[in-house]
Design a protein around this ligand. Structure first.
Ligand code: B4P
Length: 193
């Protein structure tokens, strides 16, 4: 099994790169952002609760996202590995993920952290907001709140995995293909080691 975390601030390209990675490596894609948006679209109680947080640029409570990931790990026993996109986003989520994977006698093999400067993040998200219909992408104040939330709660997650020497930084600015080839290079090094 090969389990990968794609990490980075909002708009760093996690979703974009994940689409290409799952095709190349056949990993099961688990994007908490996509899962939450699908709960919102079908107006489930979980989606209605999550929307309140997402529309303000805040993280959804840990127990909600950990529960979603736990059910999906159980529902995919045949997966040859998982690509975690946008999860874990807090230290509590990272600790819970480690426990869940340990129960399955596996763990995280690599975290790839996409580094992108803040003005570029804001530019990309405002650009996406013009076409995506995502309510968290249209207002610059909400975008900035998401970036503040990232620095406060999410960036410590990289320090958590750094302790286990699992983190590689990738320059997240450049063309999508250039970034993809840097990411694939790190995965191939790890898999062939
Ligand atoms: P997510 O859905 O995870 O999305 P994101 O961080 O906004 O974007 P991503 O990094 O995937 O960017 P993308 O590739 O799309 O989170 C949304 C919200 O859900 C969070 O704010 C939070 O409220 C909630 N949530 C999700 N997971 C959670 C968790 N675990 N715990 C609690 N709450 C959680 O790229 C963005 C744009 O840039 C696109 O338009 C793309 O085309 C463009 N782009 C990509 N690569 C580019 C490049 N190289 N050059 C130029 N543009 C590029």
């Amino acid at each position: 099994m090969f389990n990968l975390i794609l990490f980075g601030p909002p708009g760093s390209g996690k979703g974009t790169q994940s689409e290409m990675l799952i095709k190349k490596y056949g990993l099961k894609h688990l994007s908490t952002g996509d899962l939450l948006r699908s709960e919102i679209a079908t107006q489930t109680p979980l989606g209605i609760e999550a929307k309140n947080f997402m529309d303000k640029g805040q993280l959804v409570p840990d127990e909600v996202v950990i529960g979603m990931i736990s059910s999906l790990l159980d529902a995919n026993p045949e997966a040859k590995g998982f690509l975690f996109d946008g999860f874990p986003r807090t230290e509590a989520q990272a600790e819970a993920l480690d426990k869940l994977l340990k129960l399955k006698k596996t763990g995280i093999h690599l975290m790839l952290a996409l580094d992108v400067a803040e003005p570029e993040l804001v530019k990309r998200l405002i650009g996406r907001g013009k076409t995506s219909g995502r309510s968290d992408d249209v207002d610059e104040n909400i975008i900035k709140a998401r970036i503040v939330e990232y620095h406060k709660k999410t960036s410590p997650v990289a320090d958590y995995y750094m302790k286990f020497e699992k983190v590689k930084h990738i320059k997240g600015e450049g063309t999508v293909d250039e970034i993809f080839s840097a990411i694939a290079g790190e995965i191939d090094k790890k898999v062939n080691n």
